[in-house]
Write a protein that binds this ligand. Sequence first.
Ligand code: ARG
Length: 564
Amino acid sequence: MNVKNNFAKILWEQLKDDLDVQEIEGLIEKPKHTDFGDLAFPCFSLAAKRKMAPQKIAEQISKNINSSLFEKIEVVGPYVNVFLNKSQVFTTIISEILSKKESYGSNNIGKGEVVTIDMSSPNIAKPFSMGHLRSTVIGNAIALIHAKCGFKPIKINHLGDWGTQFGKLIAAYKHWGVEEKVKQKTIQELLALYVKFHEEAENNKQLEVEGREWFKQLEDGHEEATSLWSWFREESLKEFNRIYEMLNIQFDSTAGEAFYNDKMESVVELLENKELLTESDSAKVVLLEDEQLPPCLIKKSDGATLYATRDLAAALYRQQTYQFAKSLYVVGNEQTLHFKQLKAVLQKLEYDWASNLHHIGFGMMLKDGKKMSTRKGEVVFLEDVLRESISLAQDNIEKKNPTLENKSQVAHMVGVGAIVFHDLKNYRMNDIDFSLEDITRFEGETGPYVQYTNARACSILRKANRETIQTPTLFTLRHDSEWELVMLLLEFPTVIQHALQKYDPSLVAKFIVDLAQAFNKYYGEVKILSDDEQKEERIALVAATSTVLTEGLRLLGMKAPIQM
Ligand code: ARG
């Protein structure tokens, strides 16, 4: 049930000629204070059409409303204020949640349409950065939210496994590399080689030349270059897979940049046939002057293709393979220009589906207000952060609940959950300051706080010891805190739809924090299991709350332990 929408439909009966249901719903407000009712409809916008004072209109409307949903209707100035029949709303919503269980809040907006989600996409031979963590968890939550709304998400890890940097890395390995070291500490060692390359190259220009030559060898498929490259790739993937396993994130495809090597020529041909390619400094570019964008570089003077060329090939491949309705790219804001160019070039190629490409940007993870740079080796290893957080969660359990079963599984769920939630709770476009202390905090508006609240609800339900939860035929409200809880539970389906439309998991994160706070307030004020007439009602409310908290956590890619 969506009370706002119900109210809008009731009003529409009288306002058919002026507004549609959606417009009415958009106008409905929540009064500043509950003394003025639960919902309010302002009549200003009707005044001009009806040539009547808004106050008069409000009076007319209120007289003609006749619905058991409301227990009182009042006119205050130009507003029609309604007081919901709380018992009825309460009863309807709790029985809906208890019967639908985890599918409460689901909808079929997507009608089975495919959405490809380009996400995570770290660069081989470099540490899995906090930026890639952001793409991974934001992408995963967006995929889960799309699935909840009836879409078929396809998660694609567009691995950065091609480009001139691999020429540099091979050159560095040939100079200073030690096989054993790479095997033991792959990424740290490859990173060290990459950093050294850049340091040495400051005084030795020859190195850059060597790097370019090795990349040429790689592009031409020479054996030594290719086998070193595959080895770096394989070893790096082992490390990335450990992280994905910890985060419990899987992909439908890991076709990275190299996958498109044999699909580049046809892209260049397409552009040539449409006469879109222009020579510029002996490189080939697509001019995007009309779009007020800088030219998109397609082929360098030495024939090497580029990041953008590979993304063009990937977009075409995805459209052919998946026939997507939407194609999302969850990639940091620093690549906004790149995705504008990509879309503009596809539009120049006259693909109507180009308008369905969306760059889902996000802010940077900063350290002391500055960007973390891989080249300078200022890097935080995500795996270390995850382990640190899990071990803090473990210490916490040891202190608070030493007899808990599956301690290490729970510590994993909480430690990882803290990191995931920390990333998702802020609007994605904002920059976040990296602080290990903040990330691994378990109190306040954090993931573990929500998880803990849900575990508390589960423990009440265990104590109540009910095989099945009865839904009482009519709830009687005793406490304001119960009503606050119900109003939030009602909002969940709307929150999911907003999160879908805005590609914004933080709406779900904020919602479950609010719900957890409302539940804890209720828990503090009311003796849930005391033996009186309302006991079954309270148990049903706790069960419904736990269902929604668990589902909210799941949509963010988090687990909800039943005991903590
Ligand atoms: N590997 C790139 C990076 O780390 C991100 C790739 C994003 N996806 C894409 N299709 N371009 O910057």
